[in-house]
Structure formats: C-alpha cells, structure tokens
Design a protein around this ligand. Sequence first.
Ligand code: AMP
Length: 395
Amino acid sequence: MKTINDIDFKGKKAIIRVDFNVPLDENFKVTDPTRIEAAKPTIVKILADGGAVILMSHLGRPKGVEEKYSLKHILKTISSTISVEVKFASNCVGEIAEKASSELKMGEVLLLENLRFHKEEEAGDETFSKQLASLGDIYVNDAFGTAHRAHASTTIVANYFPKNKCFGSLLAQEIISLKKILEEGEKPVLAILGGSKVSSKITIIENILDKVDHLIIGGGMSFTFIKALGGKIGDSICEDDKQELALEILTKAKEKGVQVHIPVDVIAADDFNNNANTKVCNINEIPDGWQGLDAGPKSRELFDKIVKQSKTILWNGPVGVFEMENFAGGTIALGNSIASATKNGAFSLVGGGDSVAAVKQFGFEDKVSYVSTGGGAMLESLEGKVLPGIEAILK
Ligand code: AMP
C-alpha cells in the first residue's frame, strides 16, 4: 500500500482529492471543520517535503454552478487550519485551473472550485479526469468519504498516474483500521450492530459472520429477531418480511461458531416521544401499546460483559433512539463500556452513520481507537466490497 510517506514530494505538485464537504451555516461559515482538520497531516507532509498542493473536493449536491456551493466559502477555514494562505481557482478544469496550477510555487497551496459544478465529475468522464490530471505531477487520494464512488476525481483520474499515485494519511488510516477489524483482529473479535433496520445491515452481517467471534444485535433491529423467535414485541419497530432472514442469520452464526447476543430487556415507552411514559420490560414480553426504545439495565450489563472481554470491537449503529435524551442511556452505557475496553488495550473502531454521530455527541471520540470519516464508504467496506477509489490506487 503506497502512501504519502513512500514519496518525496520535493519539487512536485500533488493533486489531492480531499473530502471538504463540510456543513455551512446561512452565512456560509463552516460549522464543523473536522474534515478539513482531518486532511491537514497529508497537506503538511507534502509542503514539508518541499512540494506544492492542489486541493480538489466537492461540496453539497449542486445542479450545475451554484454560488452557495462554491468552495471559496471555506477558503479561510482551510488557510487557518493549515496556517498557510490558500489560493483559489474559480474553476477546477480549463484555462483558469491550468493557469493557477502553472503559477503555483513550491510550498504553496491551491484550492480548486467545486468538482460537482461539472456533471462530468460524477459521471466519471475520461476527458474531465484527464484535465484534472494535467494539473499535478502526483495524485493523492485522501477522501474516504467518497472512495465508494467511481467519480472522475476519486477513481478515474488515478489512471493518468500509473506510477505517481498514493493514499493520503487519512485514507491510509481508514484502510489500516478496517484491516485491523476485518483481517487482523486480535481475538475475541466483537461486532456491535444497532440501528433501526435489519434490511440495511443484512449484507454487513453476512460478511462479518466469517470475521467475528461475537455479534451484538441491538437497537430497533433486534425486534425482528425477537419476534421471529416467538417473542412479544408490542408496538416496537419490526420488519415482518425479514423474520425468516433473521432466523437464517442465527442458524448461520451457529454454524460458524459466532455467539450472537440480543438484548434481554428494554426501556419501553407508550409513545415514540421523549416525554412518553416508560417502563422496563423483558424484550420478549412487551405489551401492546408499548414499544422498546432503548436497551434495558440487564442488556446494558450483558453488552458491558461482552465488550470488556473483547480485544477487537467494531461498533455500527446505536442501541436505542439516542436522539431522544430519555432513550440515549443504552447507547451512552455502551460507549462507556467500549471506552473502558479501549483503555485496557482493545482496538475499537466506530463507523458508519449514526453511531459516529452518537460518539461525537456523547464525547467518546477520543476514547475509542478510531472513528471513521466515511458513512457509505464504511458501510460498503464492511459489506466486503472493494471500494473503487481504493482499488484505483492499488492497481
Ligand atoms: P440506522 O440508520 O439503521 O443505523 O439507524 C439509526 C437509527 O436507529 C437512529 O436514528 C435511532 O434512533 C434508531 N433506533 C435505534 N433503536 C431504535 C428502537 N429501539 N426503535 C426505533 N428506532 C431505533
């Protein structure tokens, strides 16, 4: 795996695909610069080598050129994050971009305008990719968030750098973290899958059954399993048409020697509402009119025990409706268990959508080993897919 550490960038212009798709407020101010900060190590290394940096990214989902999605809004935040004045090219290809690139001196940084102002970006257009490629000497991909897309800047452009291409440090870290879970995980390996639907996680479950020793199925997903096993789940969320699949998963897990843990009790509510009345119920004895919205005390204890005996932990999906304060307790307890296991030497990776939001919201970000920066890319990796953006660098 070739990374920026294997290349001396002295005298070279590196064109880097970053993921600067950051949230902006109504005054076009960056409200969360995490993604910009995440690209800093790659930019700093290239500049320190004596190279120049050309940054390319998308922002939002513009339909053609739309001022509100211009990357010029984030120029200042990038400059202050990397402590270097960043130049701007108001187009990512064509004369403007070519002139800006040719005038760029070593030690300088140039930001190109939003890639998605051109429909050719998402179409993976060859000519557009070639135009982008002409701007730099070396291609660096540091955008995990878009690595599952075969777009011009994430994948096709790499073809024009048969030898001069590599992973940025962020993308390399993502790949290494995933490898630590899916290929090289120290046993016992545990995957915790939560969230609302079995259907959205089924391919992940099938793929990871070969990789893990323990599987915790939590959150809304667990009710489909409980109902399939003959339990009474009241009004809890359930995918009736997936019950058979749930039983098949349990059989497969048994055949593969994977121990599956499903919550034993829940905090049930008489409404999907933070102020609803609540009571603790066994998960298979939830009365009609009540729905399980969080892991109960015995389930939290069970999760804690399994987490603390694991050496490798993957967490995807909350185990309750954590967006409502009164049903966040199970997810917070689980975060605490994972933090404690991590402190004691376990490797923990949190990735894919809502669990990342939960980890950030409850302050566990620095207490787990790694928090992935890619939602869809993470989910597709867990499904066992080779992401086109990663493959393009490897081949
Ligand atoms: P997903 O996008 O499939 O990972 O699901 C995340 C969502 O699952 C979050 O918005 C949670 O509120 C929701 N969720 C977790 N547990 C439950 C539950 N017991 N009932 C309903 N929704 C849940």
